[in-house]
Ligand binder design. Sequence first.
Ligand code: NAP
Length: 517
Amino acid sequence: MTSIVETPAEVGSGGPGGGAPGRHVKVAIIGTGFSGLGMAIKLRQQGSDDFLLFERADEVGGTWRDNTYPGCACDVMALLYSYSFAPRAEWKTTFAKRDEVLDYLRWCTDRYGIRPFIRFGHELLEARWDERTRRWHLRTDQGEYTAQVLVTGTGYLSDPAIPDIKGLSTFQGALFHSAGWDHDFDLNGKRVAVIGTGASAIQFVPAIQPKVGHLDLYQRTPPWVGPKPDKKVAPSHIWVRKHVPGYQRFRRNFNKNGREIVAFLMADPKRASQSIQGMAAKHLQKSVKDPGLRAKLTPDYAVGCKRLLFSNTWYPAIQSPNVDVVTTGIREVRPNGIVDVDGVERPVDAIILGTGFRATSRPIAERLHGRNGVRLADAWGDGMAGYRGTTIAGFPNLFMLLGPNTTLGHSSQTVMIEAQLAYVVDALRQMDKRGLASVEVRPQAQEQYNELVAQLQHGTVWNAGGCSSWYVDANGRNSSIWPTFTWRFRRLTKKFDLESYQVAVTTGDGVPAGRAG
Ligand code: NAP
């Protein structure tokens, strides 16, 4: 770890130009998951120490810190689901378990000396753009700060979606979401209901099924599930990763480029059905012999429309004698159980919600106020929209990592994050070089960009796949998915395209940016 122990916030000058003493930084980063930490590492690599990260929890890790459910793991190969600039040879299995991913993020935090820059236990309550000072004013539950640039790294899987099911709040047993697992509740021998069959449920159901007395699995829509080619990494392989120059990078790029073929297949539902879907259908056919159950578990939409899942343990677990797959919808929850739409009541001791996250109505949008005090949630009244996934018209000097249309259905989210980091670093470099107080994407550039995304999305599994998914917002627009090859996004974000931005060289008071901080 480096010996950096002071940041401008502690030094007391308030950074160049000052703000409230000790409370101004050039860059404020919200969140310490893959995005926020990645941003901080890039800033350190550029030689900057004029930044702070605000983290509401008391440890780094984002979704990998918060999700502690049994069986939690990553379904993207570890060599790719990590930063390309911080390779780690010691991954124990092809696909890392949650603890290993979290450990990796902690390792990166210390290796790059990021920890002293983190304000743990600081929740961002509100950020307001001040046109006069051309700064962001941040109100946290531990005090106020100002920053020239605000980078949000709050992801899209940070706040659980609690389903609006009649009577849910009247339930008297244990009730928790997969992202807020109640480890104090002893599942041994209990009757448990699980609602949802997404990426989280297919991991925790096989992990808890052997323990519970009985499990009712409430499935609204079946997922396509493929086999997971996971295996232990032999010590000799770790040795090769460590000692053969270029090997890790080659394997990572091989996996990354191979996954681009999936993007090509998913660009057309027919093509996806004839290829990847066949692999998943075969896995189902091989794993589930009962034709009645198999019919229940067969999706009626193109693979990829909802996230394609991978598991070798899902089908065996849900065919166990202590599991019932309930495909009749839920009518209501009563104090001691769940009643389906046919009126059948199934008593349970616990309900576990595997019902996903608020991905298209992001809580952070309720806390950001741009020019003229406009709240991002209001600006996004018709759905999330941004430019190159990162900037938003009306919100100067705001960079949103994993912003609109940056979710991937075919590759590693870290690839998108790294592309965005390159864009932000170049933006900061250009702002410095040209002495800019602010940059704000032109509305027309944003509009044209969103037309491009809509064109790219048109006819793909993500908007013509015949399903409803969390990628699609309340207005029916898929504002989540990046619908094509990642190299196209990387190309778009390689350089900050200043010509698409309105810029200001002074603060609203006419003070040159260089002197205003
Ligand atoms: P999800 O994929 O959104 O799945 C939510 C599940 O809950 C769906 O089966 C959904 O059914 C069901 N559901 C929601 N509301 C319901 C209601 N009112 N009644 C009945 N069922 C309801 O959520 P998730 O499993 O937590 O996964 C979210 C995302 O996290 C994933 O897509 C992925 O990006 C990420 N993740 C990744 C990994 C990894 O290995 N990399 C692991 C876990 C999660 P419908 O399908 O009918 O809506």
